[in-house]
Ligand binder design. Structure first.
Ligand code: CA
Length: 230
């Protein structure tokens, strides 16, 4: 699960970011002061930190500087209302990886985040697993218990994506973008995705008591252990 820490004192902005990112499948933690942000950044590891520069008390630059001094390597995307060149340079000099000037368009935030998350991915996980389902990215071997699953390339990619996002909601939009890599199609891919998902589901779940792939009505799919939400 991709964990994002958002350090932002304006509640409305923070909530809007949280809502938007949650919809995209990220897990979001909010902090509304520099101190709280510093504490939460140290408390648990995150994949990315969104940091507002204008914070009450310890400001963003101070928080960033302290985190980098402590050796924190997490990518930091600075959000700043200040369009000053000096602030941007100061932010980057202090250890920010990128910055975005407020107000920003949400798709731009997502694009910058994806770029930073890709960069931050030092060691890709090669063996993905949930319960007794195992997928080996290198050898392309997929097994459920002792049974080898014979998947098409697309089914493999779908399952790999679900495993990387296990426990999260995966929307058809995310699948179209990240698995099919087609966002500009005139007609939605929904039916194509559903057909592949039906076949994949049969192979993964049909002969097993514990179902792993679940449909979330109106949203998409989720890979998890519970047999809830048909
Ligand atoms: Ca602020």
């Amino acid at each position: 699960m991709v964990e994002i820490l958002v350090i932002e004192d304006e509640l409305r902005v923070a909530q809007a970011i949280k809502t938007g990112l949650t919809k995209e499948g990220y897990r979001v933690t909010l902090a509304s002061t520099g101190e709280e942000g510093f504490f939460k950044a140290n408390e648990r590891s995150h994949n990315l930190i969104l940091l507002d520069l204008g914070l009450p008390g310890r400001d963003g630059i101070e928080v960033l500087s302290l985190l980098r001094q402590k050796g924190l390597k997490t990518p930091v995307l600075v959000l700043t209302a200040r369009d000053g060149l000096e602030d941007r340079i100061l932010g980057l000099d202090t250890g920010a990886d990128d910055y975005l000037i407020k107000p920003f368009a949400f798709p731009e935030l997502l694009a910058r985040m994806r770029a930073l998350l890709r960069r931050g991915k030092a060691e890709p996980q090669l063996l993905l697993q949930i319960e007794d389902l195992k997928l080996d990215v290198m050898s392309r071997d997929v097994r459920r218990g002792n049974k080898k699953l014979d998947l098409t390339l697309r089914e493999f990619e779908l399952l790999e994506y679900l495993l990387k996002h296990q426990g999260q909601m995966v929307s058809r939009e995310m699948l179209a973008r990240d698995v099919w890599k087609e966002t500009m199609r005139a007609t939605p891919l929904d039916n194509v995705i559903d057909v592949h998902m039906v076949r994949l589901r049969k192979k993964v779940d049909q002969d097993f008591e514990v179902k792993l792939i679940h449909t979330v009505r109106g949203v998409g799919f989720t890979l998890r252990k519970e047999a809830e939400s048909k």
